[in-house]
Design a binder for this molecule. Structure first.
Ligand SMILES: O=C(O)C/C=C/C(=O)C(=O)O
Length: 145
């Protein structure tokens, strides 16, 4: 079974792709940022002079919680993730990212790769995560497809 979904309660993808694609028991979650449904970003402050402050801890938490919302929509949870790839704009943020990551996952969690990239699809983004979940094809999940 293959199934793609754009979830109405999450930030709309900024391109023609789904939040996730399910292929059998594996669910491939598209690159996810800290963007909220109103298209604002968690972990971004712009002061009265227009100076922008970006917060890797707040962004990391929001990204993981956005991914959690996606897997929750399938009746699953973060414990069902089997693989994570993280894209950071700067490895200077590795410490803050890792600190928040450890509040959600440990060595029994998904395999993980973290790389630094030149840019992400919005200048306010410090982090984006893509993930794979393994979710048994229960009748409930099949019903949603
Ligand atoms: O949706 C976002 O805010 C950031 C993620 C974008 C992508 O991964 C993409 O456009 O491919």
């Amino acid at each position: 079974m293959t199934d793609s979904k754009v979830l109405p309660h999450l930030a709309t993808p900024r391109g023609r792709f789904p939040h996730y694609k399910q292929a059998g028991e594996l669910v491939f979650i598209s690159g996810t940022s800290s963007r909220l449904p109103d298209n604002t970003f968690v972990g971004v402050e712009v002061d009265h002079l227009g100076v922008t402050s970006l917060d890797i801890r707040a962004q990391t938490r929001a990204v993981i919680e956005n991914i959690e919302s996606i897997v929750n929509s399938m009746g699953a949870g973060l414990g069902d993730l089997v693989q994570i790839t993280t894209y950071l704009v700067s490895m200077n943020d590795f410490g803050g990212y890792n600190e928040i990551y450890a509040q959600y996952f440990d060595e029994t969690g998904p395999s993980r790769t973290t790389v630094a990239v030149h840019q992400l699809p919005h200048p306010h983004l410090l982090i984006e995560i893509q993930a794979v979940a393994k979710i048994p094809a229960t009748p409930e999940i099949r019903k949603q497809s």
